[in-house]
Design a protein. Sequence first.
Length: 375
Amino acid sequence: MRVLLVLLLACIGIDAAAQYQVGHLSRTFNDPARNDRAIACEVYYPANSTADNVPVADGLFPFLVFGHGFVMNYTAYAHITEHLVPAGYVMIYVETEGGFAPVHSDFGLDLAYVADHFFAENSDGNSIFQSHLIDRCAIMGHSMGGGSTWLAASTSTSVDCIAGLAPAETNPSAIAAAANVTVPAIVFSGSSDAVTPPATNHIPIFDGTASTCRIFVNIINGSHCGFANSGSLCDLGEFGFSGLSRAEQQVIAQDLLQAFFDFHLKEMGSGNDVLQQYDSTQLNTQTQIACLVGLEESETAEVNVYPNPCAERLILQSKVDGRKTYTISDFMGRNVDSGSLTFSNGRAELETLQLPSGICTLRINDTHVVRFVRR
């Protein structure tokens, strides 16, 4: 049963309810640190018409950098493009290392380079993306590209979260690189994967990831190639597969990818709701969520908050009583509320109906810092 995502207006002012057409262009980046290595990319983006090189639609959009599987290309992932771009994401498919002898280290560096440099398009007067990007991005990939995502995230200075679709162990090791990955991560695994068995690929990559927010999605009877469209060489590795249908597996990946990115890139509390409740809405997944979601305190913080996410009010608990001043800012640092409140018996209430949706930061007396999500 497909979850219908309820999209809310985020703190950053994205028109979350909009559904866009899909524009496309080809772009090559050159990495000067590697002898101007050419990094060919296919870019899909929100537009008002479906065509090549058309203007970007009005709005601000995060971007996703995608790494393909072994001897596969971007066309195999059209179902992801068709789901995420209309929802307000720019998709950048890195097309290097597509041959039969790929260099995983180069592929990881390519993904990291694009993630670290694409936002410069936002201030480039010659780019159609000028003033259309927010400085929020994810790296993701399938199979070889999934493992290379962990290689990229271990070196990238810009990535905010990562996603792996049946991520494969790489050379150098994605499992080893996971120890240096601290951004939020989601791993999708088909329990019947015959190409990259979960026990030696997806699970150790997940277990080794150093992030304080990790999600593992076990798709029951799912396959390796079900994350891609049919017709690629991937299908030869699972010839005769008779488990979960490709369409069912792709719906799961689409729903949870969007929920994950909505929460971590667009700061939408509704994305977290979908992630937390997904197993109860259909029968084909088992999700393991290991996240400290929405709460981040300073070393001297003495304030806890609940419920988190909140809707109409936030309850605050503290070891001290008395009158305190507070300010609330959105994730871009803009002040959205301020005032004073009184703790009695270590408890205070704060109305939140007036706040925008998304992740916000509460500061009390400029010493206690707590992050929370307003639905």
